[in-house]
Design a protein around this ligand. Structure first.
Ligand code: NI
Length: 168
């Protein structure tokens, strides 16, 4: 199991680098990310959340296929938006409504480097956008107003003060 980095760690605010090697190390990382996400009961996990500055994430939505998205790009977004509650394994204990495009088309590569496209709506569209944001150093609370963001940070700090994970 990998350590999940939490709010305040620099790696969560950095723009990630493109994956260039589709080797065994990448497969091992992806498998470990799937295990870590499932163990933490999350629907998605991006590489910077486990301290890796690379453009990839995994998503596992109940009833849908588990999938790794390497070098993902959102190539189409709907004008229509949707608002729903989001949380993040890197900011445990807090949730907030976030408005995002209702539908997206994402192009990515699998662990072999093979390109694929996914058209998504609902929870998958939201998860794809949330995870893709992580690769650009953006957290869901960064999508809120300054005032709402500050409230979220305070709630997080209050709730997690006693149980904050030590830095590796
Ligand atoms: Ni997240």
């Amino acid at each position: 199991m990998l350590d999940i980095y939490t709010l305040g760690e620099e790696v969560l605010q950095e723009k990630c680098q493109k994956v260039t090697k589709f080797d065994n190390a990448l497969k091992i990382l992806v498998d470990a990310m799937f295990d870590t996400m499932d163990e933490a009961d999350g629907v998605g996990l991006a590489a910077p959340q486990v301290g890796v500055n690379q453009r990839l994430f995994v998503i596992h939505i109940r009833g849908a296929e588990k999938r790794a998205y390497i070098n993902p790009q959102i190539i189409e977004t709907s004008i229509e938006t949707d608002t729903d509650e989001e949380g993040c394994l890197s900011i445990p204990g807090v949730w907030h409504d976030v408005q995002r495009p209702a539908r997206v088309t994402v192009q990515a590569q699998d662990v072999e480097g093979k390109a694929f496209q996914v058209k998504a709506e609902g929870l998958l569209a939201r998860a794809l956008q949330h995870e893709n944001d992580h690769l650009n150093g953006v957290l869901f609370i960064d999508r809120l107003s300054d005032e709402e963001r500050e409230k979220m940070v305070q709630a997080y700090e209050k709730r997690n003060k006693s149980q904050r994970r030590k830095k590796r």
